[in-house]
Structure formats: C-alpha cells, structure tokens
Design a protein around this ligand. Structure first.
Ligand SMILES: [Fe+2]
Ligand SMILES: [Fe+2]
Length: 391
C-alpha cells in the first residue's frame, strides 16, 4: 500500500510540489507515493516535475510516483563547514566558499580565494565578545557632540586644534583602510573577526568625520600634512601579513594613539574637542584590545613569530630613518594645546606635558609588547624604534 499525499485543490505549479516533497522526504528511494488532488493538470505537471527531480512517474488515477536516488546523490560528498556553535576550526577549507559556518556544503561550488584560512593567523578568543561590545557601542556623529556650542578660542589655540585635527584625520584614514583590506582576505569561517574588523572600519569612518567637522568648525582652512607623517602611514598600508599588520597598526600605532587621545581629551580647550577625542578613545581601546589579543594568540601558537614581528618593526624603522616623523607643526600644536597660552611659564608646562606624554606612550608600548611575549629588554628596544609619527 503506497503512501498518499492529498493536494486538494492545490496545483503543483502553485505550491503543491512542497507537499509532494514533504511526503517523499520520509520515504526511502524506490518507495511509491500516491498523489491525490482536484487540479485538472495534476498528472501532466507531476510527470514533468518527476522528470526534473529524478523520480519515476508511474501514471494512474490518482497518479503514483516512485522516489528516485537523485536527491540523495546530490548531497553525496557534502560536508559540514565546521560547527555553527562553538569555536571555529583550526583550518578552514577554501571549498566551503561563502557557506555559513555549520552549513551542509554541496560539493562542486567555487572555492573562496581568501588569503588567511588558518585560525592562528587571524583569531583571538576575545573576538566574539569584542564584536558584540563594538556593535552595542556605535554612536551617531551628528548627536554625540554638541556641534552648536560656540567656539571662542584665542586664534593661535584654535589654529593648534585645527592642525591636530588635520593630523588625526590622515591617521584615521590609514586606520580605516587597513582593517577594510584585511577583512576582505579572511576566510568567512572566522566570521567574528570579519565582523569585528567591519565595526573597526566603521569606527574609523566616524573618527574621520568628527575630526574633520571639528577642524572645520571655525570655518578656516585645514592645517598642513607633512611628508614624513604620510610616509610613516604608507608603510602600514603595504604590510601583507595579517598578524604583522595588526601588530604594527593596533598594538604599536593605535596603542600609542590611545595615550595621544587621552592627552588631547585632558587638554581640550573646548567641549567639542573634548567630546570627539573621548569618543574616539573609547573605540580605539577595542581596536588595541583585539590587536594585542590576536598577536599574543599567534605568538603563543608559534613563538618564532616574535622574531617576525621584531623584524617588521626594524624594517619599518629603517624605511623611515630619513623622514621627519611627526611634523614640527603637530608637535608644537600639542605643546601649545597643553600650555593654553603664550606665557613662557605656560609653554614650559606644555613642553613638559608633551615630554610626559611620550614617556607614557613608551611605557604603554613596552607593557603591550611584554604581554605579547617579548622579554623586557627587547620590548624597550622595539618601543624605542616605533615611528615618531605615533601611529
Ligand atoms: Fe580611530
Ligand atoms: Fe582604531
């Protein structure tokens, strides 16, 4: 006695095929299914459908069909793209392509051309948590600062703020391009890292916006862009290795920037400058946290990697040896900002504050380098080789 499915008035061309498939799913190949229904074209449509789906149409009234092998053959050789829940696999198969993590992947699709398919080259256990925190912490540049607050600073102080903002924007642009480039080459199996880098790029896009807006607030032209600073940033853009790029940008560069933003927030001469530096600082802390966690993860998995990172710092230092590093315009603007006026005593305080800032930056870099696994002496050496442009 064959199984039966009733379509009632439903045509096979108006959704009835779902009921037939549903009934066939419970049967082994070779079993028969009787299909009843009132649609006048049922038998004609069913015969055509069976040919297309690899089942046999046996005819009769009501019509009977025999389940074929094709459905099972299609999924022969299919594999799971890892597990949907839990940590990603150590190594992701390029043949999984764009399939969701945990999906059953039909054989024969196009492989993904991702550069990084090994977990240790991109991963940090903190990535899922950092992504969730980043998604929850997105802020609106239009309302996060009070753009209508009057700006009434002495002309020189305003000039210093504009110069610093101009410098920040070019650094933020480099910091936007790098995670965007890296995330496009990660195997999507490591989706939390992709997602985190996407929020990081979105963070940098906002930083570019708010620093530009603050620079434009007094209506004047923007400040200068030194060749040495741009050369320093350019070396970051061309770094081909994920871990090395993450190390140079996030551990050393953004790590140093965290101290710079804190300094700018503390010495901000107006509420908008205070707001935009505070907001950027909060985001940067996450970028640094991922860079440090990922680099430490890679160095733990392969202690030889510390040598690769060391060479990258030395290479960058050698490439920038004949450049000015931080432009004197930016350096002087930092002093003036901390001074607040042109009184010699104020300038002296400002100069000391910038000396202290550089010392704080150096201590921060050494601490992060030590966390990653560098012995204290080597951490101090590498910190001293870091670009004078800060990022
Ligand atoms: Fe930023
Ligand atoms: Fe950043």
């Amino acid at each position: 006695m064959p199984a039966t499915t009733g379509l009632e008035g439903l045509g096979l061309d108006t959704g009835g095929h779902l009921l037939v498939e549903h009934a066939l799913a419970t049967l082994p190949p070779g079993d028969q299914l009787t299909v009843t229904g009132r649609d006048p074209a049922l038998s004609i449509h069913l015969a055509a459908w069976c040919r297309a789906q690899g089942h046999r149409f046996d005819g009769g009234d009501p019509p009977v069909i025999t389940k074929g092998q094709a459905g099972q053959q299609r999924w022969h050789g299919a594999v799971r793209a890892g597990e949907a829940a839990g940590p990603p696999r150590r190594s992701a198969d390029p043949r999984w392509g764009l399939a969701a993590r945990g999906a059953l992947v039909e054989a024969g699709g196009p492989p993904i051309g991702a550069e990084w398919a090994d977990r240790d080259h991109v991963w940090a256990d903190i990535a899922p948590k950092l992504y969730a925190a980043a998604a929850a912490a997105q802020w609106d540049p239009a309302t996060a600062a009070d753009w209508s607050a009057p700006i009434a600073l002495p002309a020189e102080v305003e000039h210093a703020v504009v110069q610093i903002m101009t410098y920040l924007v070019e650094n933020e642009q480099a910091a936007l391009i790098i995670p965007a480039r890296l995330l496009s080459q990660i195997h999507p199996h490591f989706r939390e890292v992709m997602q985190l880098l996407a929020t990081q790029a979105a963070d940098e896009a906002r930083h570019v916006e708010v620093f530009t807006r603050r620079a434009m607030l007094s209506g004047g032209p923007l400040g200068t862009s030194g060749a040495g600073g741009r050369a320093s940033l350019q070396t970051l853009l061309s770094e081909p290795d994920f871990t090395t790029a993450s190390f140079l940008l996030s551990v050393l560069g953004e790590g140093t920037f965290v101290d710079l933003l804190r300094f700018l927030h503390r010495h901000a001469p107006d509420p908008v400058t205070a707001d935009v530096t505070r907001l950027a600082l909060r985001d940067e802390a996450r970028h640094v946290a991922f860079g440090v966690a990922h680099t430490a993860h890679t160095a733990r998995a392969d202690p030889g990697y510390l040598g690769v990172l060391r060479q990258a710092v030395e290479r960058r230092h050698a490439a920038l040896l004949n450049t000015a590093g931080l432009g004197s315009e930016v350096f002087d603007a930092l002093i003036l900002l901390a001074a607040g006026s042109w009184e010699p005593q104020a300038i002296s305080r400002g100069w000391q504050a910038v000396q202290l800032l550089q010392q704080t930056m150096d201590e921060g870099r050494r601490r992060r380098l030590a966390y990653i696994g560098f012995p204290a002496g080597e951490a101090a050496e590498l910190s001293a080789l870091h670009t004078r442009n800060f990022m």
